[in-house]
Write a new protein. Structure first.
Length: 367
């Protein structure tokens, strides 16, 4: 079944959260921006994917339009693995990560959505079966900084029955405020976004041990310094997580070989889509490592993460941004319920398509 069209669709979703305007990568986000990928085949069937994302969307969009689409249109949509392998080989000179891999991720995801729709079953069933029908979500708070704001956000997370909360903070004061508010029964994670060298990380982990973290995420700069990460893990009682900046399944091999982390964090919109994600998830149990997907998305990337979570016992939590959306793309599908858990959709493919009215309202290429 041939691919007849691939359409990138940028969307921008207004949101609110507990703190002031903030963001990552050196910018502030007044809205949450995502890049959807719509793939249609000659029988009229449509699949949806998502390519990373946020401030890098113009570069990812260019990679889709200039590199991926000319090579993929006309190809057989049912040959997902061989097609993605061929495209990665052809395009590797432009980078095995970054916008090129982000673009391929969106295409791969859409092809899996098409495969599920064509087979009239969920992607989880195509991957071997549904290990679970729901999963615990952790609310991933944006940067809040002030301890009082952190306490308030954590109280709201408890009221919403979340069993885990993640901070994006770098101070002991912030972590102490969160633990005080959450009590001892709610898991607490801290993501410092590659803030420290080894000496700084050793000092900080010694101070953070008392707060009983589920994990400390990406403590080491640069993120490729797996030996320092492994040394930190061996000299600290704090469990470590990393992987959102690793660009393909092969890039995860050194961190596994170094025994550097307790939790691997592949990102389905960055690492090469579902095909590459599953290579990582399938290897992790053989090394005693859990998988905690990086998934701060509200587009098809979130639904794809839920589908792989349904099929993979090694996945313990799914990340969900701690924000309130003005207009969700999928309504309530894929969002945490009142018990802090997410029901995994069991419809064909990803389990849901974007709401047409919401999509028309949120897309930015026609405004």
């Amino acid at each position: 079944m041939r691919i007849t069209s691939i359409e990138p669709i940028p969307v921008s979703i207004p949101y609110s959260h507990a703190g002031p305007l903030t963001g990552f990568g050196g910018s502030s986000w007044s809205k949450l921006t995502y890049l959807l990928v719509r793939v249609q085949t000659e029988d009229g069937l449509v699949g949806w994917g998502e390519s990373f994302g946020y401030t890098v969307i113009p570069a990812t969009l260019a990679a889709l339009q200039e590199l991926v689409i000319p090579l993929a249109v006309g190809r057989d949509a049912t040959h997902i693995v061989p097609l993605m392998e061929e495209l990665q080989k052809t395009l590797h000179i432009f980078g095995r990560g970054g916008p090129t891999q982000f673009a391929l991720s969106g295409l791969d995801m859409a092809l899996w959505d098409l495969a599920g729709k064509r087979s009239n079953c969920s992607i989880a069933l195509l991957l071997g079966g549904r290990y679970r029908s729901e999963i615990a979500a952790y609310t991933s708070l944006l940067k809040l900084q002030h301890p009082d704001t952190i306490r308030k956000a954590c109280e709201q997370a408890c009221e919403a029955a979340f069993s885990a909360v993640k901070l994006h903070e770098r101070t002991e004061q912030a972590v102490a405020a969160a633990r005080e508010s959450l009590g001892s029964q709610v898991d607490l994670m801290v993501d410092v976004n590659c803030a420290w060298d080894l000496a700084e990380a050793l000092d900080m982990t010694s101070r953070l041990e008392r707060y009983d973290l589920k994990w400390l995420e990406e403590p080491i700069w640069p993120p490729e310094d797996f030996l320092s990460l492994a040394r930190l893990r061996s000299q600290s009682e704090v469990r470590l997580a990393a992987g959102e900046n690793l660009s393909n399944s092969w890039a995860f091999q050194p961190v596994i070989d170094a025994s550097a982390v307790d939790f691997l964090q592949p990102s389905v919109t960055k690492v090469g889509g579902i095909t590459e994600f599953m290579k990582i998830a399938n290897v992790a149990p053989f090394h005693g490592v859990r998988v905690a997907p990086h998934s701060p998305y509200f587009g098809p990337g979130l639904l794809a993460t839920l589908q792989v979570a349904a099929a993979c016992p090694s996945i313990c939590y799914v990340e969900c941004f701690g924000v309130k959306l003005q207009t969700p793309l999928f309504g309530s599908t894929g969002l945490p319920a009142q018990n802090g858990r997410i029901m995994i959709p069991d419809g064909p493919g990803l389990g849901a398509d974007p709401d047409p009215d919401a999509l028309a309202h949120l897309r930015t290429d026609r405004n």
